[in-house]
Design a protein. Sequence first.
Length: 212
Amino acid sequence: MQKNWNSKYFLFIFLVCLYHYSMVAQDVVTLRRTGVYRGKNSYVQNPFHTDSVFCTLAVRINGKEQKIDVNRSAYEIDLSAFRSGDSITIEIIHYKDCIPSLLNSHTGHYSPLVFGEIVVAEERIQWHCLPGTKPGTIEIEHLEYNQWQSKGRVNIDALNSDTLLSFGIQTFSGKNKYRLKYTDTQGRMCYSAVKEYYSDKTPVGIQRKKKK
C-alpha cells in the first residue's frame, strides 16, 4: 500500500513539473538577427520582465551559447573574434511579454577588408594590408587581464597593392593574444581576427638555475 502511494506521489510531482516547464517554454521566444560582421560589437537594451527579473534569458551566436551577464539593463555582445565579412546569426532568448532592443546590429556597420595574414613572433608582429585600404591608422592591441591594451600604432596611406607591415612588441611569458584595429580618417573602425602566440620566456622575477 505504501509503495503504491509513493508511486502515485512521484507521478503527481512529475506531472506538475512537466506542466510548469511547458508553461515556461510557451512564454519564451527568440529574437534572431542574421547578417555580416561589420567590425563592431553589438549592444542590447534589456528591459525588465518583472520587477526583479530582466527580459533576456540567454544569447547565442551561430548556435553557440555565450557567457554574457544578461542580468542587467544593458549588455554588450562581443563579436571581436570574427573577421569582417563573416556571417553571423545572433539569437536572443527572452520572455515573450518583453522585447530586448539590439541597439547597433552587426549588419549595419562599415566593413573595410583590411587585414590579410597576421604573424606574431617573440619580438614582432607583422601583417598584410589588402589592396584598396584607405588612409588611416592601425593600432596594435594586446590582451592583458581581460582588457585590450594599446601597444602602439602605425599610420598608413592609401594602398594599391598587398603591403607587408610590422611593429615591435614585447610578449609576456605564456599565452599572448593580439589583434589589430584599423581606423580610417572618418573615425570608422574594424578589427582583425585575434592572433595567439605562446612565449616560453622565463617569467619576470624568476631566474633559471645555473647548471653546475
